[in-house]
Each structure stands twice: as C-alpha cells, then as structure tokens.
Design a protein around this ligand. Structure first.
Ligand code: ADP
Length: 484
C-alpha cells in the first residue's frame, strides 16, 4: 500500500518557536509518525525567529491571488530532526516584533484573523487539487483554532485531502467579527449555526470542529470533559453531536529532549538505577535561585504560564502555610501581572525559602524538573499537560488536580498503588486551596519516609512516556478517516 502522506499544519513547532504544549507536540509527533512509516510534513508561518533559522530554504511556490491575502512564498527544507518543513513566508503578516499571536505588550495582533486565515488557506491549498506541489497529502492534521479554517476551505473546494483537527486547548477559539467571512473568501451560506457561526462571530475553532472528518484531543479524559458544560466553552453541543468522531489521545514526550540521563542543562545527570545526581541538582538549583542549602527540606517546583487556568493562585494563597511544614518553593513562569506580583511579593517575604523567576527559560525549566523534590500543578483544567509527565520522568513526583490529562497521566499514591508499582504522584479532587494544601502535606509526609519516597520516584522514572504509542493511535485515526 502507498505510504500515507500527512500535512501537519500548526502555528508553533519546538524548538523553532514555542509558547506552549502545542509546540512540543508539533515538534515530536511528526517525527514519531515518520518513524512508523508515515510521510509527514509540517507547515508553519515564517515568524522572524523561524526565518532566521530557515531563511535559506528553497522557494517552492508563490501565492499571489489568494482571496485578498498579501503575496506569500512557500519555503521547503528540513528541521534538525529531519522532518520536512514548509515555511509560509509572508512578511506583511508574520514579520512582527512580538510573539506568534501577540505584540510585545501582550495584546493580540488586530489582524490575527488574516494571519491565521492565510495559514489555514495555504494548508487547504496544499491539501487540495490545486496544489502547486508534486506532493499530495491524503490527510491534513490541523491544530487548534489557528488552522481551524482548513477543514472548512477543504469542504468548500471538494476533491482534496481528508482532515483531522486536534484540540490542544478548547478555551482558545479564534472568534472574530463576521465581516471576516467575506474577507477570508468563505461562502455566505457557511455562516450559520451548523457552520462557522458562533454567537454572532466567525469562529475558526468551530469551523474545524464542524467540518473536519475527525476530531482528536490530547487526552481521553479531556475528550469526555469537553462534551460537558463546564469545560465545553460553548462547543459542548457540537462535540456531543460528533462524539463518535472524537478521540482522546494522550500526548507523548520528546524523551530525548527530556532525559535526565543525557540532559545537558543539568549539573549532574542521573537515571533510575542511580539517583544520587538528583541531590546534586537540588543543591545547585537552591544555590542558583538563592534558596537555603537544606538537603532535607522538600523543594516544591513550578514551571508554568501564570494564568487562572493553571490554578497557581491557590498555591500562592497557601504558600505561607507550606513554609511552616517546612518546605521551599521555586517558581518559573510568566503571565498575569497580578499573579506575577503576588509571587514576587512572596519571594520577598520568604527570602531563602521562596524563589521566583518571572520569564521563560528552557534551561531553568529542566533544572527545576530535576532539582525539585515534587512538582506542583493544580490546573483548573488541563487538556493534557506536559510538565507533570516531564517531572515523573525526572523522578519528581507531581501533585495535581484531578482534571483532563492530569488524571490520565498521574496515579495517586496510596499504600496499595505504591505496593503494586502504579503510584506516580498525588492527585486531589475539589479545587480548593485547602485540598491542595492537604495533598502537598500528604506528599511531604511520604517524603519523610525515604524508602517509600524512593519507591515512588522509581515508579515515576520507569513509566513509558514515549510518543510511539500515541503516534500509533493517530495512525489509527488517519486510517479510519481514509477508510483503510
Ligand atoms: P500549556 O501548553 O497549557 O502552557 P503544558 O504543560 O501542556 O501547558 O506545556 C507547557 C510547556 O511550556 C512545557 O514544555 C513547559 O515546560 C513550558 N513552559 C511553560 N512556561 C515556561 C517557562 N516560563 N519557561 C520555560 N518553559 C516553560
């Protein structure tokens, strides 16, 4: 049988450009699919950092008359991991000072509908009959709202590839004024309840959910949760309607990038057979972050966007009580200014016990995963979540709220689950500060019993988080969609 060809359309890919988990998935899943014999190629906008790295790629197509979009060029080359990459170069839309979606002050670009309308349109074009390329994909796998219009464009120009949309976070929907329906070259009749319309707006995400041949999301539990009112963000009716074409697949990890045995960011590498290096990383992290050099005080770690979703307001609220346990706390993140200030204020009040770094740092994120004793992730909702899996791989048991992918990837520690080897962290239900406190207290108690704590760490580090299983599940979905 001919090789299956998949165009993977995405707005960020690690390590080229990353704001969150979508980039990690886009960096690793295509590589894992290629290992399994699928011909996957990635499509990404040419943001400045991407053009710096890929500017010498070959120009393989030019788009001039695309429904009013500015002229753009398609460049083709390969990423470091050998995965073929198409870069959509359109300086008028992508050459900006800020990030992929927002300017340097954190405001969404006012023309995001055009910026990602173009990305969606080009993905559909490459997956359609009129593609300028010799390569004809069978499937286009879109990701989140930024490529949500692709399935719609494909629907309105039949004869192209089948489409799958993957939801990484349903809270971001790409809802824009209805005037964009025309501007983006979408037919008038598509702007209706059973189409692109969502509460008086054109919704990119809804377009994807409505018109894709299949919908996937990043954990089985989240696939269920988004069919309910609480986490459906208004899309629950449509998702219930399409539940037979909705599949939850837990993300894997880039196990080469996140490997304590080879991680170049660590002071000392370690592995499950010999974890002595972990203590060295803890001491180094304490030193670097200005924390007291106390080997036996549990060090709690956080690496996160500082937003309401991540539930860190609860952690900040109980931080003074946690200091009494005693414990230390290190936080790396950025986001809401009030949360940033509250975190900085705590670091000021508890010098040597709480350290906060506002910003984004890949090396420090690895050092926290390795140097902390436990990782705190009390998200209100979490489609999949990666950090709780990284932390397990680094022998740093996570403390998580029972939601989405956190429930699917962390097994609560009880005497029974510890004994049968399945325990891998601490899970609490009921999103209150006190429940979080009691669960961290439970973790700290076990930390005080070295033999059991060692067992828990070993369980964590022995788990298989590779992409292979997940990639196989994606291939199953593609096969189903193609009727193979
Ligand atoms: P989300 O995509 O909702 O932000 P995930 O846990 O799925 O959450 O993925 C977040 C990714 O971004 C992880 O790889 C995490 O390590 C990384 N990350 C988040 N904040 C920071 C930061 N301040 N510095 C470095 N890495 C960060």
């Amino acid at each position: 049988m001919a090789k299956m060809k998949v165009l993977f359309a995405t707005s960020e890919v690690a390590p080229l450009i990353k704001t969150g988990g979508l980039a990690d998935v886009s960096g690793a899943l295509p590589a894992a699919l290629r290992e399994l014999g699928i011909d996957v190629r990635v499509l990404l906008p040419g943001y400045p950092v991407v053009m710096q790295q890929c500017g010498s790629f070959d120009v393989v197509a030019t788009f001039a008359n695309l429904v009013g979009f500015p002229v753009s060029r398609l460049l083709s080359g390969k990423m470091e991991n050998d995965v073929p990459l198409f870069v959509l170069d359109c300086p008028a839309l992508y050459q900006r000072e800020g990030g992929p979606y927002q300017d340097a002050s954190g405001n969404d670009y006012s023309d995001n509908a055009l910026r990602f309308g173009l990305l969606s349109k080009v993905a559909a074009l490459l997956a359609g009959r009129a593609t300028p390329l010799a390569w004809h994909p069978n499937i286009v796998n879109c990701n989140d709202w930024q490529t949500g219009l692709t399935p719609a464009y494909l629907k309105f120009t039949p004869g192209g590839a089948r489409s799958v949309i993957t939801i990484h976070n349903l809270a971001f929907q790409g809802n824009f004024p209805s005037t964009y329906v025309h501007a983006l070259g979408l037919p008038d009749y598509s702007y209706q309840l059973q189409g692109l319309e969502f509460h008086g707006h054109l919704s990119f995400l809804k377009a994807g959910l409505q018109y894709a041949d299949h919908i996937t999301t990043v954990s089985p539990n989240y696939a269920q949760e988004i069919q309910g009112e609480e986490l459906g963000f208004g899309m629950q009716g449509l998702l219930q309607f399409r539940k037979d074409e909705l599949t939850g697949i837990l993300n894997g990890l880039d196990i080469d990038e996140w490997n304590p045995a080879t991680d170049p960011h660590l002071a000392k590498r370690y592995q499950v057979r010999d974890m002595t290096g972990k203590a060295v990383n803890k001491a180094e992290l304490q030193k670097e972050m200005g924390l007291k050099q106390e080997a036996d005080v549990p060090l709690l770690g956080v690496v996160s966007r500082l937003t309401h979703q991540k539930g860190l307001d609860l952690l900040l609220e109980i931080a003074p009580r946690l200091m009494e346990l005693p414990a230390q706390l290190v936080i790396l993140g950025s986001g809401d200014v009030t949360m940033q200030n509250a975190a900085k204020e705590l670091a000021y009040r508890y010098p040597g016990q709480i350290a906060v770094k506002i910003g984004y740092s890949e090396p420090l994120s690895h050092q926290i995963e390795a140097g902390a004793d436990m990782f705190i992730m009390p998200s209100r909702f979490e489609p999949c979540g990666l950090n709780q899996m990284y932390s397990q791989r680094y022998g740093t048991p996570p403390v998580v709220h029972a939601t989405g992918g956190l429930s699917d990837s962390v097994r609560d520690c009880t005497p029974q689950s510890l004994a049968d080897g399945s325990a891998s962290g601490f899970v609490f239900s009921g999103m209150t500060a006190n429940n979080l406190y009691k669960t961290i207290q439970r973790a700290v108690r076990l930390y005080g019993v070295p033999k059991e704590w060692q067992m828990l760490r070993k369980n964590c580090m022995s788990k298989d988080f590779s992409w292979e299983l997940s990639a196989k599940a994606y291939i199953e979905v593609y096969r189903k969609v193609l009727g193979r």
